[in-house]
Design a protein around this ligand. Structure first.
Ligand code: SF4
Ligand code: SF4
Length: 110
């Protein structure tokens, strides 16, 4: 599952720098992927780009945004269920120059 930010977000900004995939953006800010800009997914609160979120698979054994969020509003999105395998492929695609360990750090292994 991709992680999503719920309406309880208080716009503190703590999560954004913690994401290994730069998948988190402030409300109203365009998001970027492979040099292409895309319209903001949310105008009012921080949001996560599902195409860039790996649930931190490949880098950490826990979702870093959820770990730092003071109001616990970074949660799994039940509408976007994804396997560890899919998320790991995404991590490798997003970071072709990074040597991701095998087995990878993963919330599925804790
Ligand atoms: Fe980024 Fe990890 Fe949060 Fe996904 S779960 S948005 S990869 S910090
Ligand atoms: Fe919103 Fe939580 Fe991120 Fe703060 S850490 S901006 S409250 S999602």
């Amino acid at each position: 599952m991709a992680t999503k930010i719920t309406e309880e977000c208080i716009n503190c900004g703590a999560c954004e720098p913690e994401c290994p995939n730069t998948a988190i953006y402030e409300g109203g800010v365009e998001w970027e992927m492979n040099g292409e800009m895309h319209p903001a997914i949310d105008e009012d609160i921080y949001y996560i780009v599902p195409q860039k979120c790996t649930e931190c698979v490949g880098f950490f054994d826990q979702e870093q945004c959820a770990a730092v969020c003071p109001v616990d509003c970074c949660v799994p999105d039940p509408d976007i269920p994804e396997t560890e395998e899919v998320l790991l492929v995404r991590a490798k695609e997003l970071h072709p120059d990074v040597d991701i360990p095998d087995p990878p750090p993963s919330r599925f292994r804790t």
